[in-house]
Design a protein around this ligand. Structure first.
Ligand code: ZN
Length: 433
C-alpha cells in the first residue's frame, strides 16, 4: 500500500483530467477496475459535470527570469482548476492570487476553484514575504475545456446481489493521507477479498470528491436499493487513533460492526456521529438516499495540522498504520459476511451438549477461549430475532468467538437459518485475529 502511495504521490490529480486518469490506470495494475467517463455538461442530480481541466506547467518568474513559484517543484503550487493565464504584473497585482498559511510558513496550502473560474498560486508564507516588488511573469499553461469526468469502479460479485459499497476520493494532487491512503487501502482490500468467496457483492468506487459520487448515484438507481452496508475510506495512513463516523442512520449494521471490531481489537479509537460535511458519505447519506454508509478514518480531515497542505506528504503516512487500518477493515468485512439470523432448533431447556461432543471439548487447540460460554449465549439468543452481532454485543464477546460457536451448533443441527438468505456457515474470509 505504501509503495502505491509513493507511486501515485507525484501525479497532479484533480476532479477531472489526465492526472486522474493516470491514477486510475495505476490502480488498474492492482485490480481490474473499469474507468468510466461522464461528458462535461451532463446533468447529474442537481449538478453539472464541469469542463475538464489539464495543466502542463505553471510558474511565476521574476524580472531576471528565475522561477520563484514553480509547478514543476510541487503541483500544489497551482490553484487546482486555474484558468490559463500568461502576462506580466506587479507584486501588488499578483498578491490577491497568492495563497499561504501564515501559521505554517514553510508549508504550501492546497486550494481549489472548481466551480468558479479563477487562477492562483499557493506557496510558502516565508517565500511570499521574501518576494520583492518587481515585474513578475505569470504563466499557467492549462486548459479548461469540454471533456469528461472519470471514475473507477470494480465490482466483485458475491453469492448474492446484496452489496457492500467501498468508496474513496481520488481527486487531490500530491496529498498522501488525504486521498492516496484511501485509494491504496480500497484497492488492496479489493485484492484481498477477490481471493475469497464472498456472500455479498463488493463494489469499490474511486471517485472525484462530491461530483464523482453524485455522478455515480445519478446513474445507478438500480444498484442503490441493493446496498446493505458501506464505508467511505479516507485518511487511513497516519499514525493517529482510528475514527469511525457513523452513517446518518447511526444504528446501521455497519455502524455497529465497526464499533464492535474497534472495541474488541483493543486499539485507540473514537466513534463520532454523522455530520453533513466530510467526504462522499455526505452524498450517500443525503436524505433522498440515506444509505447505511459510514466513514472509516484515522485522524479525521481538518483535525491534523498537515491537512490540505504540502506537509500531508509521504512522511505523514506510514506502512504500519496502513496495515493496521487494513486489518480492521478485513475484520469488519468478516463480521458483515458472518453475521446471520439463526434459530435454536431445541429451544425448550438447554440441549445436552456433551452428548453432541461440544461440551468439555475446551482445550482443543482450534477453540477460542470461552467456547462453551459462547455456545450458551448463542443457544439462548438464537431466537430468530437476535443476529450473531446482537449476541456478540450482548455477551460482550468478540464476534469470531460467537461465529465459531454458531458454526459448531449448525454442525450438530442445533441451529438453523432463520431466513433463506442467511449463510449456513461463517464464510470463507477469516479475519487475521
Ligand atoms: Zn481533502
Amino acid at each position: 500500500m505504501y509503495r502505491l502511495v509513493v507511486d501515485l504521490y507525484p501525479i497532479c490529480r484533480s476532479i477531472t483530467g489526465d492526472g486522474l486518469r493516470a491514477s486510475l490506470r495505476r490502480l488498474q495494475q492492482e485490480a481490474p477496475l473499469t474507468i468510466h467517463e461522464v461528458p462535461s455538461g451532463t446533468q447529474v442530480l442537481d449538478w453539472t459535470i464541469p469542463n475538464e481541466w489539464n495543466v502542463r506547467d505553471a510558474w511565476v518568474a521574476n524580472s531576471r527570469g528565475e522561477r520563484v513559484i514553480d509547478f514543476r517543484r510541487s503541483n500544489l503550487h497551482v490553484l487546482n482548476y486555474s484558468t490559463p493565464i500568461r502576462c506580466t504584473m506587479s507584486l501588488a497585482e499578483l498578491r490577491p492570487h497568492l495563497y499561504t498559511i501564515p501559521e505554517h510558513p514553510d508549508w504550501v496550502p492546497y486550494r481549489t476553484s472548481y466551480y468558479k473560474e479563477d487562477w492562483g498560486f499557493c506557496l510558502e508564507h516565508r517565500r511570499l514575504e521574501s518576494l520583492p516588488e518587481d515585474r513578475y511573469e505569470v504563466v499557467i499553461d492549462s486548459t479548461l475545456a469540454p471533456g469528461v469526468l472519470n471514475y473507477g469502479e470494480y465490482v466483485l460479485r458475491g453469492a448474492t446481489a446484496e452489496e457492500v459499497l467501498i468508496s474513496c476520493h481520488c481527486c487531490h494532487p500530491s496529498l498522501a493521507n488525504d486521498n492516496l491512503s484511501g485509494m491504496a487501502m480500497a484497492v488492496t482490500l479489493a485484492q484481498t477479498l477477490a481471493r475469497s468467496t464472498m456472500r455479498y457483492t463488493y463494489r469499490f468506487l474511486f471517485v472525484p470528491g462530491a461530483i464523482g459520487s453524485i455522478a455515480w448515484l445519478a446513474t445507478h438507481d438500480e444498484v442503490v436499493p441493493r446496498i446493505r452496508h458501506g464505508l467511505v475510506l479516507s485518511c487511513v495512513g497516519d499514525r493517529g487513533p482510528f475514527t469511525y463516523k457513523r452513517s446518518r442512520r447511526a444504528e446501521a449494521v455497519v455502524d455497529r460492526a465497526v464499533a464492535h471490531v474497534l472495541r474488541h481489537a483493543d486499539v485507540a479509537h473514537r466513534l463520532i456521529d454523522f455530520v453533513p460535511y466530510g467526504y462522499d458519505e455526505r452524498q450517500y447519506c443525503s436524505p433522498g438516499y440515506n444509505l447505511p454508509v459510514g466513514c472509516f478514518m484515522r485522524t479525521p480531515h481538518g483535525r491534523y495540522p498537515e491537512y490540505h497542505t504540502s506537509a500531508d506528504n509521504l512522511d505523514l503516512v506510514c506502512p504500519k498504520a496502513l496495515a493496521a487500518s487494513l486489518d480492521i477493515l478485513i475484520q469488519v468485512v468478516a463480521l458483515l459476511e458472518g453475521n446471520a439470523l439463526l434459530v435454536n432448533t431445541n429451544p425448550k431447556g438447554e440441549p445436552q451438549l456433551g452428548r453432541r461432543g461440544l461440551y468439555g471439548s475446551v482445550g482443543g487447540a482450534a477453540q477460542l477461549p470461552g467456547f462453551e460460554s459462547a455456545l450458551l449465549w448463542v443457544l439462548n439468543y438464537a431466537d430468530g430475532r437476535h443476529t450473531l452481532l446482537d449476541i456478540a454485543d450482548r455477551a460482550e464477546m468478540a464476534f469470531p468467538a460467537i461465529r465459531q460457536a454458531a458454526d459448531a451448533l449448525l454442525g450438530v443441527g442445533l441451529l438453523a437459518p432463520a431466513a433463506t438468505d442467511t449463510p449456513a456457515t461463517g464464510g470463507a474470509l477469516k479475519a487475521s485475529r
